[in-house]
Every structure is written in C-alpha cells, then in structure tokens.
Design a protein around this ligand. Sequence first.
Ligand SMILES: Nc1ncnc2c1ncn2[C@@H]1O[C@H](COP(=O)(O)OP(=O)(O)OP(=O)(O)O)[C@@H](O)[C@H]1O
Ligand SMILES: [Mg+2]
Length: 455
Amino acid sequence: MAEKRILIAEDDRPTRESWSELLSSWGYKVEVTEDGEQALEAALAHRPQIVLADLKMARKDGLTLMREIREAGLDLAIVMISGEGDIPDAVSAMKLGAYEYLRKPIDPAHLKTLLANIIDHLSVREENDRLRRRLLGEGELGPMLGRSLPMRKVLTLIDQIAPTDASAIITGESGTGKEMVAKTIHALSKRSQGPYIAVNCAAIPETLMESELFGHERGAFTGADRRRDGYFELAEGGTLLLDEISEMRVDLQAKLLRVLEERKLRRVGGSVELPLNVRVLAASNRPLDRAMREGRLREDLYYRLNVFSIDLPPLRERPDDIALLVDAFIRQFAAQTGKPIQAADHECLQALKSHPWPGNVRQLRNVIERAVIVGRPPLLTLGDLPAEIKPGQGDGSMQVRLGSTLDDVERELIVKTIEFTGGNKTRAAEVLGVSLKTLYNRLERYERKEPVESE
Ligand SMILES: Nc1ncnc2c1ncn2[C@@H]1O[C@H](COP(=O)(O)OP(=O)(O)OP(=O)(O)O)[C@@H](O)[C@H]1O
Ligand SMILES: [Mg+2]
C-alpha cells in the first residue's frame, strides 16, 4: 500500500494531538478532525484506509459517523475508541461493523500492532480486488466466462451484488449458467465460508416440500419419526438457491415470503421460531412475469426476491463467447483426460461458432468433452464433432412424408429435438412447448411401443 492514510475523529484536543503525533511517527499520513460531522466530510474527500473515532463526540457521535460511512459505501476500517462505562455502545459498535473497539487510555504498543494488522489485511484484499478486476476485464469472474457485451454486463452485476446480502432472481434458458451464477455469487460473498445449498423446487414432491424447506419436528406428521432440519437451516450462514421457484405451491410461497420478511422460521409441527441468517437466490428457466399472470407465482414474493434480476442470454445471441468457452473447456477436459489437445482448428471453431446451440453452454461443454475424447492431438477437427453440429447437416429441418400418422411425426419431432439440443431434455421440452414430465411420459410410451393417446 503506497500511502497509509488515517483519519482521527476526537473532540478532546490534547488527546487528538498526542494521537496524531504518535501515528505520524509510525509513518501514517494523519488527518485530524474534531467531530463526526467534519470526519465524514474528510473521509469522503480523502479516502483514508482507517478511521480512529471517539465514541462520544458533541457533533455527531462515533456510531452515527460509522453508520453514515457505511451508507456512503466507503470501504474503510473503523477503530472505535471509548471512555469508561460505554459498554453497551461498544457492543453496538462491533455489531455495526467496527474493525476493533478500544478503551481509553490507549496502549500505544497495542495500537501499533492493531493498525499494522489492518494495513496488512487491507493490502491483501486490495491485491485480490485488483486481480479480480483485471480478470473481469478479460471476461472472467471466478469460473464464469463471458466476453460478449451482454455477458460482461452480467459478470459486472454479479461482481457488484455478490458482497451484499441482497436477493436476486436469475433467469435464462436451460443450460445458460443459472446455477453457476448462484454459485459464483456465493463464492464472492462474505458468506463463502458458509454452506451453499441448491434446491430444485420442481423435483420435490408437493406434499414434502414444506418439511423439506422448513424442516419438521418429531411426530409432526405420520412417518416423521425424528426431527429433521430443512434446507433453510442447512443453509444457515450461507446461501440458498431456490431453483424453479414458480413450481412451488402458492400457499408455501406465502410461508416463504413470511420467513424472508421476518428472518425467522418455524419447523412443521414446531412451536419455537428460529432466527435465520440465509441469503436467498431464486432461478427459473422461464420468464416469471407469465407465471405471475397465471397466478402460479405470488407477486409479493417475486418483488421480495427480485432486488436484482440477472437474465442470462441464450448462447445463440452471444457467439462472441464461444471461442473463449471452447478454449476453457478444451483445457479442462484435456487436463482431465491427460490428452494433449491444444485447441480447435479453424474449420472446427467456425462450425462451433455458427451453431445455434439450443442446449446452450451445457450442450457446448458436452460436445467439447466428447470431441476431446475422440479427437487426436494436438487439434480438434470438424470430424470430432457430432453430426448435428457440422454445417450442412442437422440444419434444423425434418422430413415429413405424406401418409405418416400424427404419432409418427410427433415421435420423430421429439427425437430430433432432443438430438438438436444435444440430449438436453429440459431444453427440448422448452423448445417443444411441453412440460418435462410430458416429454418423459411420451418417451416412456415410445419405449413400450404404445400408441400415444391424445391429451
Ligand atoms: N459463463 C459460463 N462460463 C463457463 N461455464 C459455463 C458458463 N455458463 C454455463 N457454464 C457451464 O454450463 C453448464 C450448465 O450450467 P448451469 O448448470 O449453471 O445451467 P442452468 O442454467 O442452471 O441450467 P438448467 O436450467 O438446465 O438447470 C455447467 O457445466 C456450467 O459449468
Ligand atoms: Mg440449473
């Protein structure tokens, strides 16, 4: 850190003069103010790394100063100093996020070590921030890649909201990276050491959803032979992703909203309210305004969660990202398989860039995984790609012979669509405009060679 700037806010003149002398002698650039009012202005103007603030001051006390510094979004360490008998305020100081709390008279040796530690801590963080910003400039945020304009916006937004505790709704077609966004937000947040839990609301049977989410007490219902923590409790201190949020029963959505507002939770069959510290993110394959209009998603819950919205564009709308992703996936799978594949040759990359990728990034990743397995080092060629990716083939059309039955055509369409999405059935169902369940039902019937009844 080039210059160590420290700001003193203390209304007692002899005290602040002696502190100022001491800190200057340790190599700090010191600025002295007489109260919270002056200190806030000075902090905004000169951006010190550390503020040494007296708790009790005539014009704007230390706590107010700290709150306003936080509200102004200033990122600095505050050391709060109090006279005797200020214990309750000292406790709130720590809660409000003071770095440390010291009692007068200050022991100089202790203060010296404390300040040195803070400076060390800040420079590590500064270095990390610098590195992260540099990578972000190159289209990388943790494991997430994206150099296209829309993805740069997404990555920047993730970077901004990650350190806050705000909720967000993540939307995008299947395979666009919603889960990855949620994980990245968690990894870049202050909760990164806590748990990350993802729950797919569409995969939990309706009757079990409440107890799965909120837990249950022993004997809460038939079969509840022991107490069970719900996903919310498992995510305590961390992040919970509610995937396919609109698949949740509307009455449970009401309970969920209550839990989010009150930050308290009651297990099924329980009588005590447990305090909760969980950041909640939600995701959906489909735009949620339709679910709201159809009454499947409560509006109030939507607005509670939608503090930020992150909409992931389909891969076909951002071909600029393909080369970057291909490169990263080749590196990843080459390392995994131990095969020295370096890159895709020109023709192969062109084919990859011009494909519409109905199954989005997941499909691209699968195609590269397969290509690395079948390909010969050092370069992937067109021949290593599956038929539907190669230009001129699998162009998205299908032959229908007159005289075919509707059943035949439907079966062919379903099979071809699944091929087209690279085996991504969720995405195939989206493209066909049916639910995943319907798609599975059809496939099952084809297996059993049963005629499809009309629904
Ligand atoms: N921007 C990205 N950079 C690198 N890898 C990505 C990116 N987006 C997605 N992926 C990869 O694509 C795959 C699918 O991503 P993910 O599971 O997050 O999609 P999703 O939107 O949650 O899909 P679904 O709706 O089917 O659940 C994962 O393997 C992920 O690693
Ligand atoms: Mg997902």
